[in-house]
Design a protein around this ligand. Structure first.
Ligand SMILES: Nc1ncnc2c1ncn2[C@@H]1O[C@H](COP(=O)(O)OP(=O)(O)OP(=O)(O)O)[C@@H](O)[C@H]1O
Ligand SMILES: [Mg+2]
Length: 503
């Protein structure tokens, strides 16, 4: 158990080290430009195989040539031994010297040749200025052997020296030395040519790489340039699609995205302007409302209370009990009217039933008053809202939306029948207000809401959007108008979430 744990720990450590090295390499390689990456790859791909192939060819040629040289040295030495036999037997030293000279002339690789007699003395040799003594003991051959070849390291480089017995060794030994220098020279020439070819291919590769990276990076740099401009808010820039390839596709997709972004930005700016205007209007309306309430309190309630005060004084001064009772009755009437007025005022300010009894009861009360006021029939139904209370922000928003829809219907629709449906289904609340009135062009009205200073429908949409819901208005001329609102119901502890703030 302990061993396997240690093993897995070692594996983890190694794995982590490999990951660290890989990420360090990538950090370094990732930071260089695309051009450097591509040029580096081309250089590695051309130079590495070029050098490997050159080295392999050099090695192959070397061993093939060496073997050939060795065999050549044996065959020349045997030839010399065979042809010199008769000449030595008749003691024709001049003929032997001529044979050796011809042999050297016919084969440029032969650096030297000499004949050693049976006593071990050099009989004839090709060294013009004296025979090098150390060469004699460097190679020998048994008289029974076919030949014996050794590689000698001389001042002139490696030399294949072959000794062949003449007439079974009875009259001497023929020795031939073949130099490797010509072979080395031709191998070096071949190596140089291969390296030169690799170099030329690498230069072509670099030129092609430069061209390729130029083609690849130019449009990408254009894209970066335009993205920068867009980040600074300039959406008018467009990328010029260079070709019809993948990068061209990217440029076209980018341009389409830029157009969409420009539209979205314009839309956002417009909405922002409308929202600011709406807010200003709301603040103005609140001020207006305050003034109206102040006026009402002063003119109506204040007057009533003043008359109550006067009345109380009158009660005190009443001469008879009957007169006092009559004055008290008047005052009760004034008090009850004042109470009613204060109650109405409070109801207008904020329907207390909404807080106390909930949305359905508040709407029932509002619709009841509305029917009496406008003489229109309203069919109000609520489904799934019997038990739970809705979140307060949803209740006030829906109350105001229905209020505005009904006010609009009263103001413009000239309809006979209106229906209001409130339905809670799972975690969704839907509200539908329909009338069979004159209808209107909803899209155009919404579009020009700001310029026409119409805030009712816009406010409905704002309230719905603030609760994460959707509003749909369908209206047809002479057929009527339907307003659909859908609001997702969040848990009450989510209400503080800024995404769900309502007014
Ligand atoms: N139910 C409806 N039937 C017919 N036309 C309607 C109806 N509701 C709205 N409209 C039309 O849409 C326009 C915009 O309504 P909206 O409630 O936004 O503004 P408003 O009622 O004119 O003003 P505000 O509500 O700001 O006091 C109205 O002027 C009216 O022409
Ligand atoms: Mg309105």
């Amino acid at each position: 158990m302990g061993v396997s744990k240690r093993g897995s720990r070692t594996y983890d450590r190694r794995h982590n080290a490999v990951k660290q090295v890989a990420s360090a390499v990538w950090r370094w390689a990732g930071a260089v430009s695309v051009r450097t990456k591509i040029l580096g790859m081309i250089l590695v791909l051309v130079l590495l195989p070029g050098i490997i192939v050159t080295l392999q060819v050099r090695k192959g040629l070397n061993s093939a040539f060496t073997e050939q040289l060795r065999e050549q040295s044996v065959s020349i030495a045997r030839d010399v031994a065979a042809r010199s036999t008769d000449l030595i037997l008749i003691n024709d030293q001049y003929g032997v010297a001529k044979l050796l000279r011809e042999t050297q002339e016919n084969n440029p690789d032969v650096r030297y040749a000499f004949i050693v007699d049976a006593k071990g003395h050099v009989l004839v040799h090709t060294f013009g200025d004296g025979f090098p003594g150390e060469l004699l003991p460097a190679n020998s051959v048994a008289s029974s052997a076919h030949h014996h070849t050794v590689l000698l390291h001389t001042d002139e480089g490696p030399m294949w020296d072959t000794a062949v017995p003449i007439f079974n060794g009875k009259i001497g030994i023929a020795r031939i030395g073949l130099s490797e220098s010509r072979m080395q020279a031709s191998i070096n020439t071949m190596t140089t040519q291969l390296l030169l070819t690799t170099g030329i291919v690498a230069i072509f590769g670099i030129v092609a790489g430069f061209f390729l990276t130029w083609i690849l990076t130019r449009p990408l740099l254009d894209l970066v340039h335009v993205t920068e401009a867009m980040r600074k808010g300039d959406f008018d820039q467009a990328v010029n699609p260079w070709a019809d390839d993948e990068i061209g596709e990217l440029a076209k997709a980018f341009n389409t995205m830029a157009v969409d972004l420009a539209h979205a930005e314009a839309e956002r700016a417009k909405r922002e302007k409308m929202r600011a205007y709406y807010l200003r209007r709301i603040i103005l309306a609140q001020e207006e409302e305050r003034k109206r309430i102040a006026r009402e309190l002063h003119d109506e309630t204040g007057q009533s209370l003043a008359s109550l005060m006067v009345g109380l004084r009158n009660v005190e001064a009443a001469p008879t009990r009957e007169q006092m009772l009559a004055r008290l009755a008047d005052m009760r009437a004034v008090a009850s009217k004042t109470l009613e007025a204060v109650h109405d005022l409070a109801l207008e300010l904020r329907p207390s039933v909404l807080d106390d009894l909930g949305l359905v009861a508040a709407l029932e009360r509002y619709i009841g008053a509305y029917q009496k006021r406008f003489q229109v029939g309203i069919d109000f139904q609520s489904v799934g809202l019997e038990d739970d209370r809705l979140p307060p922000l949803v209740e006030i928003a829906v109350y105001r939306i229905v209020q505005e829809a009904l006010t609009n219907a009263a103001k413009y629709a000239r309809s006979d029948q209106i229906s209001v449906l409130l339905e809670k289904h799972g975690r969704q609340l839907s509200v539908i207000v329909e009338d069979d009135g004159v209808g209107f062009n909803a899209d155009a009205t919404m579009h020009h809401a700001l310029s026409n200073r119409k805030l009712g429908l816009y406010g409905m949409r704002e309230r719905t959007a603030q609760l994460g819901g959707t509003l749909l208005i369908e209206s047809e001329i002479d057929k009527g108008t339907s307003i659909y609102v859908r609001i997702p119901l969040v848990r009450s502890d989510d209400e503080d979430n800024p995404d769900h703030v309502g007014r």
